[in-house]
Structure formats: structure tokens, C-alpha cells
Design a protein around this ligand. Structure first.
Ligand code: PNW
Length: 492
């Protein structure tokens, strides 16, 4: 057992270690430690997470699986979009991606080496229903049966997302995808079908991943599939059908799944961070959190669109019935939040009572230009959800970052910027748990580099570097960092 050493003597040793070979095992701070072993650096007790905190990692079907034409999978809107020249950087596609469809056993061993206790993956709707509705394709579901069995055999809990953006192309062609209520209904039916078959082993389902990204980017901005720029009225109706689909899926899962199955969503809420932590700015950020998330999280939690949202939309407001609102707000067992960036909010005297603060030009970001750095987002996100809607179980369903990863001469990717990002964000997450906010788990995005949507393969988010030519996976420095965090159950 290593002797506990003071911070000062550690600094001395660390200083001299720099002169020694970095492979000297007892001085190498990245050397693998067995869980429960004495840490090489003293850990401050107060930085620990609650006992049983669920550490995990996440991926999504189209971003990792490849095998797009295998075992009866139908085409999705992302196949169509990525095969349209000019839509994705370098005209990259998910045809092969990480070939996870054939490498899943090896990938589960990567998870095991990290020590993760849970894995969030998504199910490709067009594998299960190649045209979105109609006859199911049993071979498509088989892949997930095998994946789930292999996870459980390795003591990793499966958390399944039912929609991570790969909508069956046929639904897009027949009714305009989420523009049509028929898609909401088809989604509910598909969710019930999957839950009925997997819930003997999968205990947690997420309905939809990131309304705030796929609806906005796919149907208004047009930079994600299906690449539309709808006018406001049709666009707001599309938003409504997405949350309606979520509600129908919740009801179908409740009706078809084994008792005890838990259901929630994974939403990339706008995370309203008070510019200063004073009572008035905190109050403003709390108001902003409801209004900025009005079309998705707020209506799901409250069963009503906010007055400000409806007033602002005016004649372009969505058309809905009271029954729709009941379905949309079907009670959930937990909330999942994907958190990457902060939105700074200040108090002001406007009727809304808050104003958004635009980041200055010099504001730092990670390799993806949208990914501005704000560790406090991981504190304020769960705090708002717990305080505003009294949610009792929260998961961080995604957090992570892109770096310009390049293997060094020794083959290792020294992604010190990702480690910096994770260390600071996790410190704020720990602060949330220490304040009693009920965050139960954290899924790091992502297990490995993968198809980053419109950015193709240019932005890498993985803890493992993927050489796409050989499909070789190599752990980055950040994988060692995360393994330490999990082993200590504390920020490392
Ligand atoms: C999320 N933005 O997407 C998705 O759930 C993942 O599939 C994705 O790989 C990950 O975050 C990293 O991007 C986002 O532009 C895509 O603000 C774009 C944005 C946010 C999230």
C-alpha cells in the first residue's frame, strides 16, 4: 500500500519525477490503480460523490454503429442527409463509423477497463421498423438483445435511448417526419414494442434525445437532417409533435413494459447560469430557465406552454388540444439533461425580468466552436430542474467535449484540455450533489470518437481515440482521468 503523502511532499516528488522516465510506475500518476487502492495523491474527502453514484458513458446508434445495410435495417434521414453532397464536412457518412455493430464486444471491454457502471446507447428505429411503422424486423432488435446481454454479463447497466435522431426515411417521405402527428404516433408504437421486448433486462429508457438540437437544427436552421428551414408556424407545430411523441412513448412504455421499468428523457436544456451568484441574478436565471425551455422541458414538466411563449409565437403558436398537454406531461421517473455550455443570464427591469448576456468574442471554447466552456453549467442545470419542477432523480445524460486530438510519438493522445474541461465540470457537479441536489448519475459523452453529425469525423469527443482506417481504439489521457474519478468516486 502506498503511504499517504502530504501535498507539499507530493509536489517535491512530482517535480523530481519530471526528470525521471515517465514510465517509472510508482511515480507515474497515470498508472492504473485498482479500485479501492490508496490514491497516489491525497483526495479531499469533500470532493467525493454520493455512495452508489452511477458513472457511465454514452454513444448513439448512427454515430457509432455503421452496418447501415445489414440485417434488414431501413434507411434513416441521416443516411439520406449525409449522402447529399455538401451537407457534412468532407461528405462523411455514418456508413461505417466505428463499426460498433461488429465491435460491440470489444467496446464493452473498453467500458469495463474504465470501470463504468452504466452505458447509455440508442436504438436505431429503422433497424427495428425499417419503414417506421408496419412490420417489425426481428433481426434488427436482435442486435440490441445481444448488446444488452453482453453489457449485463459485464456488470454494466444498460440505459436505452429510443430516439437519437435516426428517423426512418419513409416517415419523412410520407408525412414530413416530425411535421406530422403520424410520426408522434408511430414513435409511441415503436417505443412500446421495444420496451415490451427489452424491459426484462433494460430498466431505464430515455424517450427522445435533445429536442433542443434535432428539431431546431433539423427543421429550422437546416444544418441537420432532414435539412429543412420551415416557417415559424409549421416549425412550432413540429416542436409540438416532438413533445407529443415523447408523451405517447411514455404512455406506451408504461402500458407494455415490465413493472418497475423507469422512463425519462434526455434533453439539452438551455442552461441558465446567473452572471453572479447573487439573489437577484439567481432569481433571473431561474425565470429564464423556464422561459428558455418553454417549447420542450417546461411543457413536459408543467403540462402547459408558458404565456410568454404563446404570446411571442402569436398566430404561429402550435395548435393543440388539452388532451395533447396531458399526454405530453405524462409523469416521468427521472429527468436526463445533456449539458455542454452555459447561457449567462442577468437580472433586468424588462417585463421578463431577465436578460441573456452574449459571450464576448474572447470567450473560450473547445474544438467545436459552439462549445463554450462554463463548468458551472453542471451545477445550475440540475439545480434548476430540482428546484423549479421538484424533480427527485436527475441524470447528466451527456457531458464532454471535443479536442484536436493527435496521437503523440508514443501513441498516446495527451488531451490535457479535455482533462481540464472534465475536472472543472465534475467539480461543479460534485458541488451540486454536496448541496443535496438529487443527481444520481453521469454519462460522459463519449466512449469513443464517432460521427459528429454535420462535422463528420473532424471533431473528436471520445475518451478513446479511433483510427478510422483500422478501427483501432486507443485510450486517451482523459480515459485514465475518468478511470481515476470512478475508482475514487471523487474528482481526480
Ligand atoms: C449532442 N449545439 O449534440 C448530441 O446528443 C450528440 O449526439 C453529440 O455528438 C454531442 O452532443 C456533441 O455535439 C449537440 O450546436 C449538437 O449546440 C450540437 C449542439 C449541441 C449538442
Amino acid at each position: 500500500m502506498t503511504k499517504r503523502i502530504s501535498r507539499r511532499s507530493f509536489a517535491k516528488i512530482a517535480g523530481s519525477a519530471a526528470l525521471l522516465s515517465t514510465t517509472t510506475p510508482q511515480l507515474n500518476p497515470f498508472a492504473k490503480q485498482s479500485p479501492g487502492a490508496e490514491p497516489s495523491m491525497q483526495t479531499t474527502q469533500s470532493r467525493e460523490f454520493p455512495k452508489g453514484f452511477l458513472w457511465g458513458s454514452a454513444t448513439a446508434s448512427y454515430q457509432v454503429e455503421g452496418a447501415v445495410n445489414e440485417d434488414g435495417r431501413g434507411p434513416s434521414i441521416w443516411d439520406t442527409f449525409s449522402h447529399t453532397p455538401g451537407k457534412v464536412v468532407d461528405n462523411a457518412t455514418g456508413d461505417v463509423a466505428d463499426d460498433h455493430y461488429h465491435h460491440y464486444k470489444e467496446d464493452i471491454q473498453l467500458m469495463k477497463a474504465l470501470g463504468v457502471k452504466s452505458y447509455r446507447f440508442s436504438i436505431a428505429w429503422p433497424r427495428v421498423f425499417p419503414t417506421g411503422d408496419g412490420s417489425p424486423n426481428p433481426k434488427g432488435l436482435d442486435f440490441y438483445n445481444h448488446l444488452v446481454d453482453e453489457l449485463l454479463a459485464n456488470n454494466i447497466q444498460p440505459f436505452a435511448t429510443l430516439y437519437h435522431w435516426d428517423l426512418p426515411q419513409s416517415l419523412q417521405e410520407r408525412g414530413g417526419g416530425w411535421e406530422s402527428r403520424d410520426t408522434s404516433k408511430a414513435f409511441g408504437d415503436y417505443a412500446g414494442y421495444v420496451a415490451e421486448r427489452l424491459s426484462d433486462r433494460v430498466k431505464h429508457f430515455f424517450t427522445i434525445n435533445e429536442f433542443g438540437a434535432f428539431v431546431e437544427l433539423g427543421y429550422r436552421v437546416g444544418i441537420h437532417a432532414p435539412g429543412l428551414k420551415l416557417p415559424p408556424g409549421r416549425f412550432n407545430q413540429t416542436r409540438h409533435h416532438a413533445v407529443l411523441g415523447h408523451g405517447l412513448a411514455v404512455q406506451a412504455i408504461r402500458a407494455k413494459a415490465k413493472p418497475g421499468t423507469r422512463v425519462g428523457l434526455a434533453e439539452n436544456m438551455t442552461i441558465c447560469v446567473p452572471v453572479l451568484e447573487t439573489a437577484q441574478h439567481i432569481e433571473a436565471a431561474t425565470r429564464a430557465a423556464r422561459e428558455m425551455n418553454a417549447p420542450y422541458m417546461t411543457v413536459i414538466q408543467e403540462g402547459k406552454y408558458t404565456d410568454a411563449y404563446l404570446a411571442m409565437a402569436g398566430a404561429d403558436a402550435p395548435k393543440f388540444t388539452p388532451e395533447d398537454l396531458k399526454i405530453i406531461s405524462s409523469p416521468l421517473d427521472f429527468a436526463g439533461i445533456n449539458i455542454y455550455t452555459p447561457t449567462y443570464v442577468r437580472a433586468d427591469n424588462s417585463p421578463a425580468g431577465f436578460a441573456l448576456v452574449q459571450p464576448p468574442k474572447s470567450y473560450p471554447h473547445m474544438a467545436s466552436s459552439w462549445l463554450t466552456i462554463g463548468p458551472e453549467a453542471l451545477y445550475w442545470g440540475p439545480r434548476h430542474v430540482a428546484k423549479i419542477w421538484n424533480v427527485k432523480e436527475i441524470y447528466i445524460t451527456e457531458n464532454g467535449c471535443s479536442s484536436s486530438d493527435i496521437p503523440a510519438a508514443d501513441g498516446i493522445v495527451y488531451d490535457t484540455d479535455r482533462v481540464m474541461y472534465l475536472r472543472n465540470y465534475l467539480t461543479q457537479l460534485q458541488r451540486a450533489t454536496a448541496d443535496g441536489i438529487p443527481v444520481k448519475g453521469y454519462f460522459l459523452w463519449s466512449l469513443m470518437d464517432n460521427f459528429e453529425w454535420a462535422d463528420g469525423y473532424t471533431n473528436r469527443f471520445g475518451l478513446h481515440y479511433v483510427d478510422y482506417a483500422t478501427q483501432k481504439r486507443t485510450p486517451k489521457l482523459s480515459a485514465s482521468f475518468y478511470r481515476e474519478v470512478i475508482a475514487r468516486n471523487a474528482v481526480a
